[in-house]
Every structure is written in structure tokens, then in C-alpha cells.
Design a protein around this ligand. Structure first.
Ligand SMILES: [Zn+2]
Ligand SMILES: [Zn+2]
Length: 188
């Protein structure tokens, strides 16, 4: 599939809003977007959501709701899973230029805060990327009681009744085990 240029789609010009008094608002909706979520994550569904930009005294408050799904694998049984994500946005963005004087504001003041571009645009893509990265679970599971993999043969314990006689271990697995011990000893 050819991704829509989500970075461009998710850039909103706010110069007009910035000229309005505090409390003024703009609402937008988006759908079907595939933003860059970083090399370590894969989206299983396009990003959809809505966002509100509210003029504050200093800049713009960004609030909204973003929905997508991540393509992950179950941390117990390694089955591919789709994890729906629903995230709220709540972030203040400040101009890079002083609105009255047009002079650049010191970027070293509050360096962690989101900045508008020199053209008074807000780029939502990096904000959404960060929200998705924060929403990624550390140990996703296909279901809460996933029994995982058999420690002896590596089969999914979900797939059926399962017993092993400790005497008849697969010799290939035995070889793998001793290899693993050696490996640990070398690196450890
Ligand atoms: Zn699982
Ligand atoms: Zn087994």
C-alpha cells in the first residue's frame, strides 16, 4: 500500500488562530493516515482521530483523540496480534516567533515543549508518533491467560493437550540446550 503523506496531512496552519483571542478554537478530523511511527513499530491499521487547537495566552493547546492499531507479537506464544490503541492528546505548543514583535523566542526556554514552525504551523505527526510509542505495551499478550510455549518442544500450549516424557527428549533440542549453556558461559 502507498502511504499517504501523513506528515503533510497532519500539518495545520495556525496563523489565523494565533491572531485571535485566547479561547478561540479550530477543530479538525483525520482518517486513513499512515504516519511514520519509527523503525521499531508497525501499524496494523491507519491512524484516525480528531484534534482541537485552542488559543492560549502563550500559544496553542492541542487536545484530541487518536486511534490506530499496532502489529505486534504475543510476548508469550509469539503469535502475531493486532493491538488497538486509543490515545488522548494534551499538549501545549508555543510559537517559535514572538507574536507581537516577530522576533525569535529563545528555544532554550522550555526546550521540551512542542514548537510551532516559523510559519505558525503545528506538526502533529511527531506528537502522534510519540503518543503511539508511549502506548506500546512492554509485554503484549494475545489474551490475558495465554499459556505461551511449551518449554520442552516449543509448541504453543494453546494448540492442544500436551505431555512429555522427560526420557524421550528430541536429541536436536538437547544439542540446542547444551549450546545455549556454552553460549551463556562465553558471554557471561
Ligand atoms: Zn499468546
Ligand atoms: Zn511440548
Amino acid at each position: 500500500m502507498t502511504p499517504v503523506s501523513a506528515g503533510a496531512e497532519l500539518t495545520y496552519p495556525l496563523a489565523a488562530l494565533l491572531a485571535e483571542p485566547a479561547g478561540s478554537r479550530r477543530d479538525y478530523e483525520f482518517d486513513g493516515l499512515w504516519p511514520d511511527v519509527g523503525a521499531d513499530l508497525e501499524l496494523a491499521a491507519p491512524v484516525a482521530g480528531r484534534v482541537r487547537f485552542s488559543r492560549t495566552n502563550r500559544g496553542v493547546l492541542i487536545t484530541g483523540l487518536v486511534e490506530t492499531a499496532l502489529a505486534l507479537v504475543c510476548s508469550r506464544c509469539l503469535r502475531p496480534i493486532e493491538l488497538p490503541l486509543r490515545m488522548t492528546l494534551n499538549e501545549e505548543a508555543l510559537p517559535t516567533l514572538d507574536l507581537a514583535s516577530g522576533k525569535p523566542l529563545d528555544p532554550l526556554i522550555e526546550p521540551e515543549i512542542v514548537r510551532l514552525t516559523d510559519h505558525h504551523e503545528v506538526r502533529l505527526e511527531p506528537i502522534i508518533r510519540e503518543a503511539i510509542q508511549l502506548g506500546e505495551p512492554i509485554a503484549p499478550v494475545c489474551r490475558p491467560d495465554c499459556p505461551g510455549l511449551c518449554v520442552v518442544c516449543g509448541e504453543r500450549l494453546d494448540d492442544g493437550p500436551h505431555e512429555h516424557d522427560e526420557e524421550v527428549l528430541d536429541p536436536r533440542l538437547e544439542a540446542l540446550r547444551s549450546f545455549r549453556v556454552d553460549d551463556d558461559a562465553e558471554t557471561g
